[in-house]
Design a protein around this ligand. Structure first.
Ligand SMILES: *[C@@H]1O[C@H](CO)[C@@H](O)[C@H](O)[C@H]1NC(C)=O
Ligand SMILES: *[C@@H]1O[C@H](CO)[C@@H](O)[C@H](O)[C@H]1NC(C)=O
Ligand SMILES: *[C@@H]1O[C@H](CO)[C@@H](O)[C@H](O)[C@H]1NC(C)=O
Ligand SMILES: *[C@@H]1O[C@H](CO)[C@@H](O)[C@H](O)[C@H]1NC(C)=O
Length: 511
C-alpha cells in the first residue's frame, strides 16, 4: 500500500510538477493583473467574433467574416442549423457573456431542428459539435433542455451506426430521410471518425440511463481491439462492409487523430476505470513512438506519417494536438515513472516543434502542414509544400497543446506562446466582421479565406481563455475535453448513473 501510494505520488509530481513561480516573490499582483488583462482580451475577441456571426449569419452555420454574410460550404451543409451557435454556447457561458449566451439558448430552445435537413451530413461532425456542445451545457447547468436536444441529435445518427452488419458506422447521415451513406467519392470509413463517438455516447448513457448508446461504442471498440493490425498499428482506412483495413497509411493527424485522443480520454473520463481504453492507448501510441516519432537533423522532434511503413517527415497543424495528448497521457503510466516522464517529454518537444512552425513565419501563425529534414532552415516550415499547405484556418490544436501543457507544468512559456498567437490573430486575422483564416502564412499581407469556422469560437478562443484563467476553472482532474473543445465531466467509478433528478455533479456557475 505504501509503495503504491509512493508511486502514485511520484507519478503525480512528475506530471503535475507544481510550481508557484508567479506568487513566490510577491509580484503576484502584477502577474495577476497581466493575466487578467490577457483573459479580458480573449473575451473581447469572443464577443466580437460572436457578434459578427449573430449580426450577419444568424442561424447559418458559419460567418463569412470578409463579406459580413453567411459562409456557404461549411462542413455541416447548407441548411440553417446554427453550427456556430451550438458550438459557442459553452464558451460564452464560461466567459460570462450572458446576453450573448441567452440569445443562443433561446435559439436552441425554439428553433434548433434537423428535421427538415434533406442532405447528407457528417456523423462525426454532428456528434463532436452538436452532441458535444449540448452535453457540455447539460453538465454545466443541469438544464433538461440540453439533455433532450443532445439525445435528439444522437437519435438522428442511429441510421449510420445500425446500417452495417460489420458494426462500423457509416460516414454520413441524412437527418430528414433517416438514411445513412458513405462520404461522397470515398467508400472507406476513416479511423478518426469511427473513433469519435465514444465520449459523447458514454456520457449520454450515464445521464439518460439509455444503455444502447454506450453498448454500441463498446462493441465498436471491442471490434477494433480484436482486429488483426499490421505491426500493431492502425491504418486510417477501413472498409465498413467487410471491416478489412484499406491501404496502409498511418497518422496522428487528419484521419487518425480522434481515434487516439478518445482512447486516452475515455479512460480518463471513466475515472481511470476503463482499463481497455488505457491499454489500447498505451499499445497504439507505443507503436507510434517506435515507427513515427523522429528527430530532425536540426534537432526538432516530429511525428511523421507512415505510407506502407515508409516514414513521411511531415506534420500537420492538426497533428499538433498530440503534444497535449502525450503530456496528458503521461498520467496513464503512473506505475512507470520512466515512461510517464518520457511521454511528458515527447509532449513538450512536440509543443516546441509546433511553436517553431508558428515562429518561422512572418505572420506568427503556422501553416497547415510542415516538413522536416529537407534543409535545416526549412524544418517546421511549408517551404516546398503545395501552396494550400501554407494556409492557416484559425485551427485550435497548437493553443490546445499550450493550454494542456500550461496546466500540467505551470511553465510560463506556454502562456507567452499563447499570447503570441493572440497578437498574431489580432494583427492578421481580424476583419470588420470577425476573424478570417489566411491563405499563406508566409505573406505579411496575403489573402484571407473569409471563413470564421465555428471551431474558432468553440476551441481556439476557449483554449486561449482557459490558458489565461485560474487552473480551478474546468480542472483537468474533473473534466475531459471532447475533440471539439467541449468539456464533459469525469465519471466516478461508484457513480455510474446520476440520481433520478439527473443532477449533474459539477455545476459551473456563470462567473
Ligand atoms: C449557398 O449555396 C446554395 C446552393 O448552392 C445557394 O442556393 C444559396 O443561395 C447560397 N447561399 C449564400 C448565402 O450564398
Ligand atoms: C426563431 O425563429 C423565429 C421564426 O423564424 C424567429 O422569429 C425567432 O426570432 C427565432 N428565435 C431566435 C432566438 O432566434
Ligand atoms: C499499478 O499498480 C497497481 C498496484 O500495484 C496494480 O493494481 C495495477 O494493476 C498496476 N497497473 C499497471 C498498469 O501495471
Ligand atoms: C484561483 O481560484 C481559487 C478558488 O476560487 C482561489 O482560491 C485562488 O486564489 C485563485 N488563484 C488565483 C491566482 O487567482
Amino acid at each position: 500500500m505504501f509503495l503504491q501510494l509512493t508511486l502514485l505520488l511520484f507519478g503525480f509530481l512528475q506530471v503535475r510538477c507544481p510550481a508557484s513561480a508567479s506568487n513566490q516573490f510577491g509580484f503576484a499582483g502584477h502577474a495577476d493583473a497581466r493575466v487578467q488583462s490577457q483573459r479580458e482580451k480573449v473575451k473581447e475577441m469572443m464577443k466580437f467574433a460572436w457578434n459578427g456571426y449573430a449580426q450577419h449569419a444568424w442561424e447559418h452555420n458559419e460567418l463569412n467574416s470578409v463579406l459580413g454574410a453567411p459562409h456557404n460550404g461549411s462542413i455541416m451543409g447548407q441548411h440553417k442549423i446554427g453550427l456556430s451557435i451550438v458550438d459557442s454556447l459553452d464558451t460564452l457561458y464560461i466567459m460570462g457573456l450572458q446576453e450573448e449566451y441567452n440569445r443562443g439558448y433561446q435559439w436552441v430552445r425554439q428553433n434548433f431542428s434537423l428535421d427538415r435537413v434533406d442532405e447528407y451530413l457528417s456523423v462525426s461532425g454532428l456528434n463532436i459539435h452538436f452532441v458535444g456542445g449540448l452535453l457540455s451545457m447539460y453538465a454545466f447547468t443541469g438544464d433538461a433542455l440540453f439533455q433532450s436536444k443532445a439525445e435528439y441529435v444522437v437519435k438522428k445518427l442511429l441510421p449510420a451506426i445500425t446500417s452495417m452488419d460489420s458494426g462500423i458506422p457509416q460516414a454520413m447521415v441524412n437527418p430528414k430521410r433517416g438514411v445513412a451513406g458513405p462520404r461522397p467519392g470515398a467508400y472507406e470509413a476513416i479511423l478518426s471518425e469511427i473513433g469519435s463517438l465514444h465520449l459523447e455516447f458514454s456520457y449520454i448513457t450515464e445521464i439518460t440511463g439509455h444503455l444502447q448508446y454506450r453498448n454500441y461504442v463498446h462493441q465498436l471498440r471491442d471490434k477494433l481491439e480484436n482486429m488483426l493490425k499490421p505491426r500493431s498499428l492502425y491504418p486510417v482506412y477501413l472498409n465498413p462492409r467487410t471491416a478489412a483495413w484499406g491501404p496502409y497509411k498511418m497518422t496522428m493527424g487528419t484521419m487518425g487523430d480522434i481515434f487516439y485522443e478518445y482512447l486516452l480520454k475515455n479512460w480518463l473520463r471513466s475515472g481511470k476505470a476503463n482499463k481497455q481504453s488505457r491499454d489500447l492507448y498505451q499499445t497504439a501510441v507505443g507503436r507510434i513512438l517506435v515507427y513515427q516519432l523522429g528527430l530532425s537533423s536540426a534537432g526538432l522532434t516530429y511525428l511523421g506519417e507512415l505510407a506502407n511503413f515508409h516514414v513521411i517527415r511531415r506534420m500537420e497543424h492538426r497533428t499538433c494536438f498530440a503534444g497535449g495528448l502525450f503530456a496528458l497521457g503521461a498520467s496513464a503510466y503512473f506505475n512507470d515513472s520512466v515512461l510517464a516522464a518520457r511521454h511528458l517529454q515527447v509532449g513538450k518537444e512536440l509543443a516546441h516543434t509546433c511553436h517553431e512552425s508558428y515562429r518561422r513565419t512572418p505572420t506568427g501563425l503556422g501553416p497547415k502542414s510542415f516538413q522536416f529534414d529537407s534543409t535545416p532552415e526549412e524544418d517546421a516550415t511549408a517551404t516546398g509544400q503545395a501552396s494550400d499547405q501554407k494556409a492557416f484556418r484559425l485551427r485550435p490544436e497548437v493553443v490546445e497543446t499550450y493550454f494542456i501543457l500550461w496546466r500540467l507544468t505551470q511553465d510560463q512559456k506556454y502562456r507567452d506562446w499563447g499570447w503570441e498567437v493572440v497578437e498574431a490573430l489580432e494583427r492578421h486575422c481580424r476583419t470588420k466582421f470577425g476573424y478570417s483564416g489566411l491563405e499563406n502564412v508566409y505573406l505579411q499581407d496575403g489573402a484571407m479565406d473569409g471563413v470564421q469556422p465555428s471551431y474558432f469560437l468553440a476551441e481556439t478562443l476557449k483554449y486561449l481563455y482557459l490558458l489565461f484563467s485560474n487552473d480551478t476553472l474546468l480542472p483537468l482532474d474533473k473534466w475531459v475535453f471532447n475533440t471539439g473543445g467541449h468539456p464533459l465531466p469525469i465519471q466516478y467509478v461508484n457513480k455510474m448513473f446520476r440520481s433520478k433528478q439527473n443532477v449533474p455533479e459539477y455545476h459551473l456557475e456563470f462567473p
